[in-house]
Design a protein around this ligand. Structure first.
Ligand code: HEM
Ligand code: SF4
Length: 568
């Protein structure tokens, strides 16, 4: 993985020193909160419901065991013994104090990490495929481009004060695991017939109160020209984005207002002036960065069949080991290797995406022992050991079980994406975490979950949509009505190659109704599915009506909800 050079290290060290001074001035009263606020936000420090929250970037989701140990120690020393992995490949600490923040950032700087540009109206942490470099369906390893763009966008003087936050996702595989179309800019990497690296650019995707899928605005852009093209794109946004209205300030609103074609035309116009300038990437730059993403020292190993792998387990364990292999283990480019997803979604005990200090320390050891010391954070808030020898999967499974990160629920109903919601977030309308817990407790039977197969369930505590409920097959959104917490259900959303925005099924429900509503929706799927049909396929075939009727079957408070007036 990328290793900081002198420039990177100086930059983060200087930023820590600068922030230490700013915090000291805030604490002695020489900086007022309104003066300090933009400074702390530039360092990922939010003020939330109970305490400060620090968001730390994990660039394109890639990190090493040493970094994880530091994350664990920060959780132990400065927080309450856990950290929260988010959908955008960041880790958040929910209970830090202002006084400690400079020390936390100094600890992070020692392991080449920081919290710069994890907040504010700038280019945020660039996200990518958690299986980059190992996925069997990969066209191009996206990591060198991710790193080049990370460097290009870090403290870019022209784009530090955009109309609103700006999120890039970069994909290089057949399957989109980056939710490319839900980003302000999605970059799809591929090779042309001459084997040259090129990119398609999607713009104007986003969630929030106006969910929109990104539109294709440029095809076959040579990788070298990414900086000038993106500069042109950001300039058009910087100039015409709706700074006058917070709710209309994201690029998606501009692209929609102009139409993708007109937006693309304006970007081309701006690009004409700069496309031959000296801002573009050179081969020397590529070589400087790409050398960090060479393959690890793989052994020459035979490819094992599922049967051979399962045979490592005892008779009594075979069935559960096979389940774990089916859900949590993914194919690899190199014979004899596999990628393992460690589930951070135990049923009903902790918030989706949370890992304790003890778990993080143990997982760091597992990374060293089984996967060349490297890890990845996924969009679904789980962790990945990307390079595990197939013959060691059984031993790893045993270790992962001890850490309670071996639940075979990846991609199943209880692999819930959830934002922190009303338990932590000061913008929340309703709590997310107790809803996730109640659903996991209701659907705790693994046999049943397996039978249901792939279903994505996403929960957001307010319309900002941090839990991506719009693109969950089932989405749950917390809404506030007269000071009470209600939940609106959407169905039919999908992330990935067939991305779609879910539809609101009707009036909202109380929290205590949600498990029954889920049961009724799921029962409808089970009753109506045809052989081997997934939830989303059944939904697309039947439409919303039978699911909607089932959802409201026992809605005891339906009348009240309708009076409260949700759109159906
Ligand atoms: C607790 C503190 C948090 C605050 C105050 C916060 C705030 C926000 C706001 C205001 C937006 C909407 C921006 C807009 O549409 O203009 C947003 C979007 C988003 N946030 Fe958060 N968020 C928080 C935590 C999280 C967490 C924990 C995650 C991941 C689990 C997350 C992931 C996202 C994503 C994926 C989006 C939507 C994508 C988009 O359209 O940008 N956020 N957040
Ligand atoms: S969706 Fe709303 S409640 Fe949830 S983290 Fe985002 S801003 Fe907070």
């Amino acid at each position: 993985m990328y290793k900081y050079d002198h420039i990177d290290q100086t930059l983060v060290d200087q930023r820590v020193a600068q922030f230490r001074d700013q915090v000291a001035r805030r604490l002695d009263g020489s900086l007022a909160e309104e003066e300090f606020r933009p400074l702390r936000l530039q360092n990922g420090l939010y003020h939330q419901r109970h305490a400060y929250m620090l968001r730390v970037a994990i660039p394109y989701g890639l990190f090493n065991s040493k970094q994880l140990r530091t994350m664990a120690l920060i959780a132990e020393k400065y927080d309450r013994g856990y950290g929260h992995f988010t959908t955008r490949q960041n880790i958040q600490y929910n209970w830090v104090t202002l006084e400690d923040t400079p020390d936390i950032l100094a600890e992070l700087a020692k392991v080449e990490m920081h919290a710069i540009q994890t907040s504010g109206n700038c280019i945020r942490n660039i996200t990518s495929d958690a299986f980059a470099g190992v996925a069997g369906d990969e066209y191009v390893d996206p990591r060198p481009v991710c790193e080049l763009l990370r460097q290009w966008s870090t403290l870019h003087p022209e784009f530090a004060h955009l109309p609103r936050k700006f999120k890039f996702a970069i994909n290089g595989a057949k399957e989109d695991r980056t939710i490319l179309l839900c980003h302000d800019v999605g970059i799809e990497l591929k090779k042309n017939t001459n084997g040259e690296l090129i990119a398609d650019i999607y713009a104007g995707g986003g969630m929030g109160r106006t969910p929109i899928l990104g539109a294709l605005i440029k095809t076959d852009l040579p990788w070298q020209l990414l900086p000038s093209y993106l500069t042109a794109l950001l300039r058009v946004y910087n100039r015409f984005g709706r700074r006058d209205n917070l709710y209309k300030a994201r690029i998606k609103i501009l692209v929609k207002a102009l139409s993708p074609e007109e937006f693309a035309r304006q970007v081309e116009g701006e690009w004409l002036h700069i496309k031959n300038g000296d801002d573009n990437f050179t081969q020397a730059e590529w070589d400087r960065v790409a050398k960090h993403f060479t393959k690890p020292a793989y052994k020459n190993l035979p490819k094992l069949s599922d049967e051979q792998i399962i045979n490592a387990a005892s008779e009594t364990e075979k069935a559960s080991f096979a389940r774990w292999l089916e859900r949590n283990v993914k194919s690899h480019q190199v014979p004899g290797y596999a990628s393992v997803i460690l589930s951070l979604k135990p049923h009903g005990s902790v918030a989706p995406g949370d890992a304790t200090t003890a778990q993080m320390l143990a997982i760091a050891d597992l990374a060293d022992q089984y996967s060349f010391g490297e890890l990845r954070a996924t969009h679904e808030q789980n962790l990945v050991l990307a390079d595990v020898e197939q013959s060691k999967l059984y031993a790893l499974w045993q270790e992962a079980k001890k850490q309670k990160v071996a639940l075979p629920n990846i991609g199943l109903l209880t692999d819930i994406i959830a934002c922190p919601g009303g338990d932590f977030c000061s913008l929340a309308n309703a709590k997310s975490l107790p809803i996730a817990k109640a659903i996991q407790e209701r659907f705790d039977d693994l046999d049943y979950l397996f039978d249901l197969g792939d279903i994505s369930l996403n929960i957001s505590g307010c319309i900002n949509s941090c839990g991506h409920h719009h693109v969950g097959n089932i989405g749950v959104l917390g809404v506030d009505k007269d000071g009470e917490e209600w939940y609106q259900i959407t169905l039919g959303g999908e992330q990935g190659n067939d991305a779609a925005i879910g539809k609101v099924i009707g009036p909202s429900f109380y929290a205590d109704e949600i498990p029954d509503v889920m049961t009724n929706i799921i029962n409808t799927y089970v009753e109506r599915r045809s052989h081997d049909e997934s939830f989303i396929e059944t939904y697309r075939r039947l439409g919303v009506v039978p699911f909607k009727e089932a959802a409201y079957k026992n809605a005891k408070k339906k009348e009240k909800a309708e009076v409260a007036g949700d759109a159906s």
